[in-house]
Write a new protein. Structure first.
Length: 291
C-alpha cells in the first residue's frame, strides 16, 4: 500500500505583484496642484488676449461683459485679415505638402540604404539646424530675385520647406527604421517592386509619423514672420504674422484689434492640434524609440 501523501503546498511561482514605489503612493493633491498651477500659468495669456478681443473698447473689466465682436469685424474687413488668412493657409498647406513629400523620400533613403557619405550627410543635416534663418536672408533674396520670385507666395513656400526639411527628414527616417524590413521583403517575394511595396506596406504604418511631421511643418509655416516680411512687399500678398505687425503703430496700438487678430491666428492651430493630438503623440513617441 502506498503511504500517506503529503498535503499539497500552495504554488509560489506565479507572477508577483509589482513593487510599489514611494512616488506611486503620492496623494492626489501633490499631482493635481502643480498641474493646475502650470495650466493656470499657461492659460492666463490666452484669457487676456481673448478678454481684449471680445470686450468693448475702453473697458477695464476683468470679465468679458458685455461681449462684442466689433474688433473681429474691424480686423477681418478693414484690416484685410480675410486676405492674410487665405495667404497663410496657402503657404502653410503647400509648404507642409512639399516638406512631407521630400522628407519622406529622403528619410526612406537614409533608413534603408547604406552609402559612403551617409554619416557626413546626417551630420550636415544636424548642423544645419544651428543656422538661424536670418543669416540666409541675403543669399535667398538674391536667388529669388534672379528667379523673379520676389513678392510671390512661392518664394515663402520654398524657403519654409527648405528650412524644415533637415529635421523632418531625420524624424521620418526614425519612423521608417521602426518598420520591420522583413515586411518589405515579404512584399517583394509576392511580386511587388520597391515602390509598390513601400506604398502598400510601409506608408500605411507611417501615418502617425507623417501627421506629426506635417503638423509641425504647418505650424512653423503658419507662425513664421521673417520670410514673409522680407520676400513679400505687396499688402495683398502678406500673411497673418505680418498682418499682426501692421496693427502696431509707432505712436499707438489698437489692443482690441491686435487681440482679435491674435485669436484669429491662433484658432486654426488649436483646432488642428485638437483633432490630430492622438496621432501626434503616437507619431513622436514612435520616432523616439530607436533610430
Amino acid at each position: 500500500m502506498a503511504g500517506p501523501t503529503a498535503p499539497a503546498r500552495p504554488l509560489t511561482g506565479g507572477p508577483r505583484a509589482p513593487k510599489r514605489r514611494p512616488w506611486d503612493e503620492a496623494p492626489r493633491w501633490q499631482i493635481y496642484v502643480p498641474l493646475g498651477l502650470y495650466l493656470l500659468f499657461t492659460l492666463i495669456p490666452f484669457y487676456w488676449m481673448l478678454l481684449f478681443a471680445i470686450r468693448p473698447a475702453g473697458s477695464t473689466s476683468l470679465l468679458p461683459w458685455p461681449i462684442t465682436f466689433e474688433h473681429f469685424d474691424k480686423v477681418w474687413t478693414e484690416r484685410s485679415f480675410a486676405l492674410f488668412f487665405q495667404n497663410s493657409v496657402i503657404v502653410g498647406v503647400l509648404s507642409m505638402l512639399m516638406t512631407t513629400l521630400v522628407a519622406l523620400a529622403g528619410g526612406y533613403a537614409l533608413a534603408r540604404f547604406d552609402f559612403k557619405i551617409k554619416r557626413g550627410f546626417m551630420l550636415a543635416l544636424l548642423c544645419s539646424q544651428f543656422i538661424p534663418g536670418a543669416l540666409m536672408l541675403v543669399p535667398l533674396f538674391q536667388i529669388f530675385a534672379n528667379l523673379q520670385m520676389i513678392n510671390s507666395l512661392g518664394s515663402v513656400i520654398i524657403a519654409e520647406a527648405v528650412f524644415q526639411l533637415p529635421l523632418s527628414m531625420i524624424l521620418i527616417s526614425g519612423f521608417i527604421k521602426n518598420v520591420p524590413y522583413s515586411l518589405e521583403e515579404a512584399a517583394w517575394v509576392d511580386g511587388c517592386g520597391r515602390f509598390r511595396a513601400f506604398c502598400a506596406v510601409v506608408l500605411p504604418l507611417l501615418r502617425p509619423g507623417l501627421i506629426a511631421v506635417g503638423s509641425f511643418a504647418f505650424v512653423h509655416s503658419w507662425n513664421h514672420f521673417l520670410f514673409a516680411l522680407m520676400f513679400l512687399s505687396n499688402q495683398d500678398k502678406q500673411t497673418i504674422p505680418v498682418g499682426l505687425a501692421t496693427l502696431m503703430g509707432a505712436d499707438s496700438v489698437d489692443l482690441g484689434a491686435l487681440a482679435a487678430g491674435g485669436v484669429i491666428a491662433a484658432l486654426p492651430v488649436v483646432i488642428v492640434f485638437a483633432f490630430i493630438q492622438k496621432w501626434l503623440v503616437t507619431g513622436f513617441s514612435a520616432g523616439a524609440v530607436k533610430g
